[in-house]
Design a protein around this ligand. Sequence first.
Ligand SMILES: *Cc1c(COP(=O)(O)O)cnc(C)c1O
Length: 376
Amino acid sequence: MRPIQMVDTKTQYHHIKAAVDSAIINVLESSMFIGGKVVADFAANLAAYHQSKHCIPCANGTDALQIAMMALGLKAGDEVITPSFTYIATVEVAALLGIKPVFVEVDKKTFCIDPVAIEKAITPKTKAIVPVHLYGHAANMEAIMKIAKEHQLFVIEDNAQGIGCDYTFSDGTVRKTGSIGHIGCTSFYPSKNLGAYGDGGAIFTNDDQLATLLQMVASHGQSKRYYHDVVGCNSRLDAIQAAILDIKLKHLDEYIAARRKAADYYDNAFADNEKITTPFRDSNNKHVFHQYTLVLNGVDRDSLSKYLLENGVPNMIYYPVPAHKQKMFDAFGGSQYELPITDWLTERVISLPIHTELEEEQLAFITKTVLDFMKN
Ligand SMILES: *Cc1c(COP(=O)(O)O)cnc(C)c1O
């Protein structure tokens, strides 16, 4: 059996090596390292896949969120509503711009922001809602868009973990996550579902005016070369990464299917164990399983984690400390929040290996090792 890894980008690369290697050499030969046709073609292909009118590539997912907030004109003193149970980037960029992140509770089953909690957190200073499609399961976008409309708020979807997820509205409309809000943001960090071989990110919108602004902000606020109309930043996807991503984009649906197949295997193996709650899949949602995350019931998580590691099964806690309890947010009154569901989850979640290259033999070994521990 191949050693088990949390993410196996190397084996995945070997399956597409010929195409990737020649695409990289083509960029080297063209000497167009920044911008150019390769980046533009990838952006167009990704926009089409993503059901978004515009795709603006940028340097990473964190920048994507920052550029989104800047283009929407959010400024110091404004408030954005976000979950605390998330990766720090979502809320860090708000803080960086002097915007107050207002943390709200997540839904215990989906791990995503709770619309009821959003409504309660709205104040006259609220400008935007930033839902995170955590682990690859979409937040309740139908309810979120309704609230946003009623209160005239922007919605910035943090789709770093959700790329490719289909979300079905109650009228039957199916949309990709990240194409539903005013702006969607994603990351091409190597371990993400569409991962580069370096850093990368992208911003999506269906609004022409907003697209122009996003493009400007990502490029020094330029309307045309050397004419800087607004304060921007410098955030670019390089051509080598775009060339690699364009190849991987063609495989994205197949990659998602492989992740879902591994998740099905886990679900079946753990179905009857009362100490384990397997990931919830809402019927309106096609989970893309960026992570496969269990909630443990009455299990010593540290001991399980250690036991798995000792037996060659890597595992991770995403995330051990919620945003509101990070020192970084003391200045924003982070410690004053009471988010019992978030705290409850951060104490009980554990993520198992999930990627496109898991073999049945490995899955059998992982599930057996987990279940062996549960017998004690
Ligand atoms: C990975 C990630 C980001 C940040 O992406 P980078 O490319 O690492 O900057 C933001 N939000 C979430 C939820 C993520 O998982």
